[in-house]
Write a protein that binds this ligand. Structure first.
Ligand SMILES: [Zn+2]
Length: 388
């Protein structure tokens, strides 16, 4: 009701050209989609203050308080100092953060499903048994799951498929494969590094989504939520190291501990630095990107070490491929984030769809999913080949 009154008051002061714009089908559609009146660029905030303390209308960049001015190439559709309730409800409305919120909210639920899938793909202790003749008698009945989970162990998968088709295979090969699968099922390698990564990814995506949804509320909310967002990014990077380091150096406690401790300390230091108020200054965009990029790039050390030690193993090569793909996704995301393309080239044209932060979010999800695939390979490798 307040919105309607405010809108009517504003319209009485508009010029004819403004009235034509308001009356156009586009403007009517926008008002419907936004679920709140649109402030009309730089005057929106002033009108809000003049009229009855009304706050929940979209405004232009110039009308924003300093703490919400992050990207001068996104010109319009901002929420500014909205009440918490309106900010929460705006998850279902269209503004320049809608896609940022939903990309990572959907990503969060995707990783939740992946976590459940990973938990159910773990071979159960009673799930595999061998008969007196060495045949697999009770392996998982879902070949697709088995293929996904043990996809890197060609022998075991081929064996399992052959057994299910009653195809005759050499007894020696059959016994080897059966023993590997049985061993994996009865003594699976510990899962905590893999689940730590999944939790890190979910925490990052949820904090990011919450930050984009609610930081428009107030300067204090923005400050706290941005810190949680930075902590989420740091958590994702740090926990990405855990499966890589833990499973690669499963049998080498010195390097395993060294790398895990180093990245954890690095991450804690990054969180501490991100607490400084100066860290969110708009002109330090590249410094922020560089800090997170350096932390991620330090993963090259254990990856090169992995190739030096296990370069002949297909699992090491495959996981490295996934890790390089993940790095490429993250690097592309960081470049888009720092360079603010494409909106830099056409300011105002990507306010709602296609601006750099949305690309950054999509690339983060692609990178995180790629690393999930690498995690599955690490699990299958170390389930089949533990330390002697
Ligand atoms: Zn974001």
């Amino acid at each position: 009701m307040t919105s309607t009154v405010t809108l009517l008051k504003r319209r009485t002061t508009m010029r004819m050209s403004d009235l034509a714009a308001v009356a156009s089908p586009t403007s009517t559609t926008e008002s419907f989609l936004l679920g709140a009146s649109k402030g009309g660029g730089s005057t929106g905030s002033d009108v809000g203050k003049r009229c009855c303390g009304h706050k929940h209308e979209l405004v232009g960049y110039e009308a924003l308080p300093d703490f919400l001015k992050h990207n001068e190439f996104v010109l319009d559709y901002y929420r500014s100092e909205w009440p918490i309730k309106q900010a929460l409800l705006s998850v279902f409305a269209l503004h320049n953060e809608t896609i940022n919120i939903w990309t990572h909210l959907i990503g969060f639920f995707v990783f939740l499903v992946l976590t459940v899938c990973a938990a159910t793909m773990v071979p159960m202790e009673t799930g595999v048994a061998t008969s007196e003749t060495g045949h697999l008698t009770n392996c998982t009945s879902n070949p697709t799951v088995l293929m996904a989970y043990y996809g890197t162990n060609g022998t075991a998968v081929a064996m399992h498929a052959a057994l299910r088709r009653n195809v005759s295979v050499p007894v020696e090969t059959e016994l080897t494969a059966a023993a590997a699968l049985s061993s994996a099922a009865t003594h699976p390698v510990t899962r905590w590094p893999f689940y730590a990564y999944l939790c890190g990814a979910m925490f990052c995506l949820l904090m990011s989504s919450g930050c984009h949804l609610l930081s428009c509320h107030s300067e204090h909310a923005c400050y706290v939520l941005l810190r949680l967002d930075y902590a989420g990014i740091t958590g994702l990077i740090v926990t990405s190291f855990y499966p890589l380091v833990y499973y690669t150096f499963l049998c080498d406690p010195f390097y395993r501990t060294l790398y895990l401790a180093a990245i954890t300390v690095f991450g804690a230091a990054a969180v501490a630095v991100s607490m400084l108020p100066v860290f969110e200054a708009p002109d330090l965009r590249w410094a922020r990107a560089a800090l997170f990029a350096c932390m991620a790039a330090s993963g090259l050390v254990p990856i090169v070490h992995k190739l030096l030690v296990f370069g002949a193993r297909p699992e090491a090569v495959l996981t490295t491929g996934y890790e390089l793909a993940m790095g490429a996704f993250y690097l592309a995301g960081v470049v888009a984030y720092g360079a603010r393309v494409p909106e830099r080239w056409l300011p105002g044209k990507f306010d709602l769809f296609g601006h750099s932060h949305q690309l950054f979010h999509a690339l983060v999800i692609a990178g995180a999913y790629t690393h999930y695939q690498a995690g599955l390979v690490y699990l299958s490798w170390r389930d089949m080949d533990m330390c002697l």
